[in-house]
Design a protein. Structure first.
Length: 256
């Protein structure tokens, strides 16, 4: 039976490391508009070039979420579909996916389409996609997989460090609370470790660090995490176009 795991491009992974049999993985891209130029958030996007264009442009840059038609294109490609979206309180991506499901089920009522509003972004989508792939490989039922993904989303924490000066965290309703400001990168990294401790991080849940042109800070944070939780599975990836738009140059996002 064919499966489709499809995420909007706030997801930080561009492919599954070990796809289970019968599983396809796809991204529906956000678009970032800088002046008259539109950047499509796919693996081919030159993120440093986009960030430089944003710096050079004397005006506000904007983003646009995937359309219902773009989501529907992938819902049509499999019997069972798992769709993962950025928080509905940050973007219209979830609503577009819901509209797409309605469109597709009108013509193909036999399909199963689950849409998860992660109330988050970045590594939350990546982790959910990897979990869905694992559970499909274990031959779990569609309903059990959906339930597990909802529980995963509820338990996931995410922190945003913009320019390594401002630290934000996800609220329970999927918004961002910017609660800590400082000028020192060392203090931001220390605060992240402190917050992980306060959140009762167990040292087992996968950790994804997304960096926007700041491998040095990402490696320092990884070192700090492993010093405190030696068995923690830590992975570092570059920020997607959308997440780079928000994290800004030198920013990092950590999901755990």
């Amino acid at each position: 039976m064919a499966w489709m795991i499809v995420c909007d491009s706030s997801c930080e992974i561009r492919e599954l490391e070990h796809p289970s049999a019968g599983v396809q993985f796809a991204l529906v891209p956000f678009k970032i508009r800088v002046g008259e130029r539109e950047y499509v958030d796919l693996a081919t996007l030159n993120v440093p070039q986009m960030l430089q264009a944003m710096t050079d442009y004397n005006g506000a840059s904007t983003t646009a979420c995937p359309s219902p038609e773009e989501w529907a294109e992938y819902f049509l490609q499999a019997d069972n579909c798992i769709a993962l979206t950025i928080s509905s309180n940050l973007s219209g991506s979830y609503n577009a996916a819901v509209a797409a499901r309605t469109m597709v089920l009108e013509e193909h009522p036999e399909k199963k389409i689950f849409i998860l509003d992660t109330l988050s972004c970045s590594g939350a989508l990546a982790g959910a996609a990897e979990l869905a792939n694992k559970l499909i490989g274990e031959d779990q039922t569609f309903d059990d997989i959906c339930f597990a993904l909802e529980k995963f989303a509820e338990s996931t924490h995410i922190l945003f460090s913009l320019n390594m000066r401002v630290l934000g965290r996800r609220t329970s309703d999927g918004k961002i609370d910017f609660y800590f400001k400082t000028r020192g990168e060392t203090r931001v990294l220390a605060k992240i470790l402190e917050q992980m401790d306060e959140d009762n991080y167990d040292g087992v849940h996968p950790v994804l660090i997304s960096e926007c042109g700041n491998q040095t800070a990402a490696r320092l944070l990884e070192h700090g995490i492993l010093a405190k939780w030696p068995e923690a599975p830590v992975r570092i990836v570059p920020c997607s176009g959308l997440c780079s738009f928000y994290a800004q140059d030198q920013g990092i996002i950590i999901t755990y």
